[in-house]
Design a protein around this ligand. Structure first.
Ligand SMILES: C[S@@+](CC[C@H](N)C(=O)[O-])C[C@H]1O[C@@H](n2cnc3c(N)ncnc32)[C@H](O)[C@@H]1O
Length: 251
């Protein structure tokens, strides 16, 4: 099991649970299916997405590597009175679920956090039913990606004590506020209200990150028996970040 990512998200999601209404709005804009039998929330984190999936799925399986995330996700399911979600604490790189099970797989902002993202993605391909659909959100590779990786390396290596990390989070939050003020723009924060500091944390401190081009992910889907299309490019849930979403249907 990837202990580094587990530790990071054990700390992160329990204190940054996003707003249900905004998360639901984003998922409704993204997901085309209105009723399915079995859904998988692969990398469920806080569990708010699992709750939304449970509203139009007969059964939801929510998987996460972080034990604290699973505890948080269970309490969110209880809060919303959802009883059709089962929780599994597993590493998606070595997922034990059987083949061809799920009508819908939601994996947003997860696979590229693993040391071996392709293992995660191939498990998603494997567990999807023929005719089933995957929504896969990944970081987009741009010319800034190597710069980002450099800053992330520096932050994790040299700015990782609690006091130093707080300094980095406040510094980037302050810088963002200053830049948008100078430009006269509105601050580009997540509508689901994860704070700017939390966004900086999730941007610079995760142990692993891989960036992809949309074309290489479309090719990967096609090569593995899916019909795929890119349905969002940076315009989704985190407007300032570089997530793109591919929707793939298993042939
Ligand atoms: C950025 S969060 C995304 C949470 C949620 N999917 C959402 O859209 O808000 C990434 C989540 O993936 C989980 N994760 C990362 N690598 C994983 C792995 N190899 N196996 C299972 N979960 C993983 C983390 O613990 C974390 O909860």
């Amino acid at each position: 099991m990837d202990q580094n990512t587990k530790q990071f998200y054990d700390e992160f999601w329990p204190k940054n649970v996003p707003y249900y209404e905004e998360t639901k709005k984003y998922m409704q804009e993204t997901i085309r299916e209105t009723k399915v039998n079995k859904s998988l929330d692969a990398g469920c984190g806080h569990g708010v997405c699992s709750v939304v999936l449970s509203e139009f799925s007969e059964d939801v399986t929510a998987v996460d590597i972080s034990t604290n995330c699973i505890t948080t996700a269970k309490s969110i399911a209880d809060k919303f009175n959802r009883h059709n979600i089962s929780f599994i604490n597993e590493d998606l790189q070595v997922l034990s679920l059987p083949d061809n099970q799920y009508d819908l797989v939601w994996c947003w902002g997860v696979a590229m956090m693993a040391p071996e993202p392709m293992k995660v993605i191939h498990n998603l391909f494997r567990v999807t039913k023929p005719g089933g659909v995957i929504y896969l959100g990944l970081y987009l590779e741009t010319w800034l990606s190597p710069v980002h990786q450099g800053v992330r390396y520096f932050c994790r290596k040299f700015m990782n004590t609690p006091a130093r990390k707080q300094f980095v989070l406040n510094f980037f939050a302050g810088l963002t506020k200053l830049i948008v003020k100078i430009k006269g723009q509105e601050i580009n924060r997540r509508a689901d209200n994860v704070s700017i500091q939390a966004q900086v944390d999730d941007w610079y401190y995760p142990p692993y990150k891989t960036f992809y081009s949309i074309q290489e992910i479309l090719n990967l889907f096609e090569k593995n028996g899916f019909e795929a299309e890119a349905i969002q490019d940076r315009l989704g849930r985190m407007k300032s970040a570089t997530i793109f979403v591919v929707r793939g249907v298993k042939k």
